[in-house]
Ligand binder design. Structure first.
Ligand SMILES: *Cc1c(COP(=O)(O)O)cnc(C)c1O
Length: 463
């Protein structure tokens, strides 16, 4: 801890950090963010950074938005907390549920609130199982996710997450009900010579085989992110979601689109499923729902699922699920204001326009000696770093390539995020200007050039 500030030392003594090498943290200490404005963050030494990741894919309206602050303050003044248990209600929750039903890309009978993306997906599982039991289909309990998917970290949501760094050591998946389809990662999973459409058709055929092998009557739901986020930022191959949707519709399987990252304009439409022609029956939301100013998650509930829940709750005396903060009035008031701003500024359309620069700058990075693959859509994208472009060989995990490039970017005044080890991702606040996008990529390019020089000098490719 030598050379650490007093605040940094207090951090190391008292905080357990998520997704952090805890041993290394005792040596390295934290980067303490003191305040933020727009797309900029400032650490406790006053250094400025572009928040290239909108926090964690979430602060869509950037930092210090006065309207969101005022919305929270005004609701706290009226009533800071009331709940939705046992027939109680509050106006922000009612209004927000109506708004989300109106915006939803699939028919929604009701909206159910929670406080995070993990909880949203956890509830999707619970509703699928409860509805199956209610309908006298107790065998319909299996859930199909995908390898590389990120759906959260609770025991159930972590079982959906098809990533070893989330599951290993935690005894996840929790039981045998969780199945994983192939990752739609064209760069690594396509056969030699296979075109995107052919790859997509093969994945849809594989999904159908899985459903038939398991028995369609045993599948409770399928869940997918439109763009796979924390697993590596994988944009789907051409035709993937229409083909997947056809298979699910053929067997009448619930399709949950996990819109926790893509929802509210990230890919240039309100929801990612609309960008890619996916036809979900329900969506999960969190993150940009409140622009991350306060925690809130939500799911939409299909009419037929609602009917099953209704009858079963009457039989049992009540619907036995609810968080203390389900429909928290302050969180709902902030979400209503965030959505009002997204609509007023026509943010999804703005993203579509800014995406031209963003996607072009990403494509240019494909030339870089460290970059094997480039994926970008709207205002989310990543480069996949490789030791050898010709063979697609990855760097040895001992190099820690993603973390090293991210650290070099921070020296240049940009906070990107290293995802799944060897990808550097950008997901800036949606309010970023074209000029700021240019500055963000200039900083990232300087970091990549510095990394290439170190890779040669220190022999990272031979590690
Ligand atoms: C972040 C994320 C989650 C989990 O949300 P938390 O609020 O961290 O629990 C779920 N799904 C996706 C796609 C995410 O990116």
């Amino acid at each position: 801890m030598a050379g650490m500030s007093n605040m940094a030392r207090r951090d190391v003594e008292s905080l357990l950090h998520p997704y952090t090498n805890l041993k290394r943290h005792e040596e390295a200490g934290p980067m303490i963010i003191a305040h933020g404005r727009g797309i900029y963050l400032y650490d406790d030494a006053g250094r400025e950074y572009i928040d290239g990741f909108a926090g964690l894919w979430c602060a869509a309206l950037g930092h210090g938005n006065e309207e969101l602050i005022e919305a929270a303050r005004a609701q706290m003044e009226k009533v800071a907390f009331t709940h939705l248990f046992a027939h109680k209600s509050n106006e922000p929750a009612i209004e927000l549920a109506e708004k989300l039903k109106e915006l939803a890309p699939c028919p929604a009978s009701k909206v159910l609130f929670c406080s995070s993306g993990s909880e949203a997906n956890d509830m999707q599982i619970k509703l699928s199982w409860y509805a199956a039991n209610a309908r006298g289909e107790p065998e319909r309990k299996k859930i199909i996710s995908r390898r590389g998917a990120y759906h959260g970290v609770t025991v159930a949501a972590g079982s959906l997450t098809g990533l070893s760094f989330v599951q290993d050591g935690f005894d996840l998946p929790v039981n045998e009900r969780f199945l994983y389809a192939r990752t739609p990662h064209f760069y690594r999973e396509a056969e030699p010579g296979e075109r995107e459409e052919e790859f997509a058709a093969r994945l849809a055929a594989e999904l159908e085989e899985m459903i038939l092998r398991e028995g369609p009557e045993t599948i409770a739901m399928f869940i997918a992110e439109p763009v796979m986020g924390a697993g590596g930022v994988y944009t789907p191959p051409e035709g993937y979601f229409p083909a997947i949707s056809r298979v699910l519709e053929k067997y009448g399987i619930r399709f949950v689109s996990d819109e926790v990252i893509c929802g509210f304009g990230r890919t240039g439409e309100w929801f990612g499923c609309q960008t890619y022609g996916a036809r979900p029956t329900s969506i999960s939301m969190a993150k940009a729902l409140t622009s991350a100013y306060v925690p809130l998650g939500a799911i939409t509930v299909e009419e037929d699922i609602y009917e099953a829940l209704k009858e079963e709750s009457a039989r049992r005396g009540m619907f036995g699920h609810g968080f203390t903060y389900t429909g928290h009035p302050v969180a709902c008031a902030v979400a209503l204001k965030a959505i009002e701003i997204y609509e007023r500024e026509n943010l999804p359309e703005q993203v579509k326009q800014k995406a031209e620069v963003f996607e072009r700058r990403f494509r240019t990075l494909a030339e870089h000696p460290l970059v094997g693959d480039v994926r970008a859509k709207g205002l989310v994208g990543a480069v996949e770093l490789v030791a050898d472009k010709a063979t697609k060989r990855s760097f040895s995990p001992t190099v820690g390539i993603g973390a090293r490039v991210a650290a070099l970017a921070e020296e240049e005044g940009l906070i990107p995020r290293a995802v799944a080890g060897h990808n550097i991702a950008l997901c800036p606040p949606l309010i970023i200007t074209e000029e700021e996008i240019g500055e963000m990529f200039d900083r990232l390019e300087r970091a990549l050039d510095a990394a290439e020089e170190l890779a040669r000098r220190e022999g990272w490719r031979e590690a």
